[in-house]
Design a protein around this ligand. Structure first.
Ligand SMILES: *Cc1c(COP(=O)(O)O)cnc(C)c1O
Length: 516
């Protein structure tokens, strides 16, 4: 199918919900129940100790239930999601989140559980977390797992702190080993996490194939090396075929290997970081394991380690006792401490558990196989379109994603990767990640994920074909895109600048000088 998409995003003029406030309007009405309570306890306020009572009511919008529903439905019609169309945002793994995950997370026994509840009344939840730890350890080839970190970046920070603690307690070279080796194609969070943990970041250049440059790695590794942070398959979507040699170089120098497993989508059920020689790994449950993410929503960045590092993991750890019951254990004197309140984002853990449970061992492997198949299908067809090329390791298969360069298109027509990305929106396809990794000029990083069908991938490919033709015949048209989205040209500078960024009603009021 090659005809143009008929995608049109809704355009509502939606005020802020605070601006819809009308004093006294509520979205709940339980007059009889309230009368009953009042009859038995008197004034409701008297239930709250005097010093904890508010001086003025909280500033929340006073709106009806229907107003709330319409408000958010309209906003949802003005945004793009996996439920709307293909979302090939490279490195972010925007796969479909099965509804059964939400069903499981919303079961009363999980959803109404309080984190301060004692272990005796939370056995089901503890068992779920314990089992999830085992499964993730099995999938990654590690010995122990913590579910505490709330994001990939926080998992990285936790993992790097574990490496630091290892050097403090085991090699006793914490001071001397102050360098973290990181390839130039790495995700930006890698150097950020290493720097936050106090390390000097040493950049390892890529080879002409876009892989780790072995000679450069040998030159960089030495007595100052605390570890190497690596993604495999790497950021251009190619498997580091020399991973065993890489691991040996780092280990021989006395360092540890950190696996950025934000995306396990290419390898799960097929190969394991633990078997490649890695000592620490974080995995984004909100990517590979289908818990919803985006817009800063809740994440889960579980961290797995080899047994040499297990004593340093955050507390509390879940333990299974000899009587088969589960409990929290805080007694790990070498722990790096807590990295999150309570036990992590529990709702995300239930969703990841439901996902793995429903797929099973064979299903998990099939996910990886189909993710790889889809990325190669896209790489093959898009790189055959005039203006687009597949740089680096041209003949190596892609793994879960591919990085296409629009450099030729830019030179031929003046249409950039950013223009292409914005025009794609008009076809009902979310823009890929652009200008990343930095080693590819005019990069379009496409990760279709296994949940897109061949029909949907054909829509994506034909959109690229259409845009290439447009760029050659009418480049100004492509540069003017998007045309069919709720908002058209965002000011990217203002949208990201702390001076103008207003993320909450309170920030907005402050910004506009409105009294609270
Ligand atoms: C997404 C991603 C991260 C960071 O994960 P967050 O949950 O966004 O903090 C790190 N590394 C890679 C390769 C990623 O794709």
């Amino acid at each position: 199918m090659t005809e143009k998409s008929e995608y049109r995003q809704a355009r509502w003029n939606v005020p802020l919900i605070f601006e819809k406030t009308s004093t006294g309007t509520t979205s709940h009405q339980f007059p009889e129940a309230e009368d009953e309570v009042r009859k038995s306890v008197g004034n409701l306020d008297s239930l709250i100790p005097k010093k904890m009572q508010r001086k003025k009511p909280p500033a929340i919008p006073e709106v009806s239930e229907l107003q709330v529903i319409r408000h958010y439905t309209r906003l949802s019609q003005m945004t793009f999601s996996v439920s709307t169309g293909t979302y090939p945002l490279g490195s972010c793994t925007m796969k479909y989140n099965p509804v059964i995950n939400d069903w499981a997370a919303n079961l009363d026994g999980f959803a109404w559980l309080h984190p301060s509840q004692d272990a005796a009344t939370s056995q089901g939840a503890l068992e779920l977390m314990w089992e999830l730890e085992q499964w993730l350890a099995e999938i990654t080839g590690m010995d122990a797992v913590t579910l505490q970190p709330a994001a990939g970046a926080q998992g990285e920070y936790t993992g790097v702190m574990l490496i630091r603690e290892y050097h403090r307690c085991v090699t006793e070279e914490c001071e001397a080993r102050n360098e973290m080796l990181i390839p130039d194609a790495a995700h930006g969070t890698n150097p950020a996490s290493a720097a936050m943990a106090g390390y000097k970041v040493v950049v390892v250049p890529s080879s002409d194939d876009g892989l780790v440059n072995i000679e450069a790695l040998k030159a960089a590794a030495g007595p100052k090396t605390a570890g190497l942070m690596l993604t495999n398959p790497n950021t251009i979507g190619v498997f580091e075929k020399d991973i065993e040699e890489i691991a040996a170089i780092v280990h021989d120098a006395g360092g540890l290997l950190y696996y950025d497993g934000a995306n396990l989508n290419a390898i799960m059920g097929i190969t394991r970081p633990g078997d490649m020689g890695f000592d620490v790994v974080h995995m984004n449950l909100h990517k590979s394991f289908s818990t919803p993410h985006g817009g800063g929503g809740p994440g889960a960045g579980a961290v797995g380690v080899k047994k040499e590092l297990a004593d340093f993991l955050p507390v509390p750890r879940i333990v299974k006792q000899s009587d088969g019951c589960f409990d929290w254990d805080y007694d790990f004197p070498q722990t790096i401490g807590k990295v999150h309140g309570y036990f992590g984002n529990f709702g995300m853990l239930v969703r990841a558990y439901a996902y793995i449970y429903s797929l099973g061992k064979r299903g998990i492997r099939a996910v990886a196989e189909n993710a790889v198949l889809n990325a190669n299908y896209v790489a093959h067809h898009v790189s055959a379109i005039p203006g687009f090329t597949l740089p680096y390791s041209r003949d190596a298969p892609r793994m879960h994603e591919c990085v296409i360069s629009a450099e030729t298109l830019l030179n031929e027509t003046g249409v950039s990767a950013m223009n292409v990305a914005k025009r794609l929106l008009d076809f009902g396809v979310h823009a890929p990640t652009v200008y990343f990794p930095l080693i590819v000029p005019e990069a379009l990083m496409i990760e279709p994920t296994e949940t897109e069908s061949k029909q949907e991938l054909d829509v994506l490919v034909s959109a690229f074909r259409e845009i290439s033709a447009e760029a050659h015949s009418d480049p100004e048209k492509v540069k003017g895109a998007p045309y069919y989205t709720a908002v058209r040209h965002l000011d990217e500078y203002r949208a990201a600048h702390p001076k103008t960024l207003t993320l909450s009603w309170r920030m907005f009021q402050k910004h506009e000088g409105i009294d609270e």
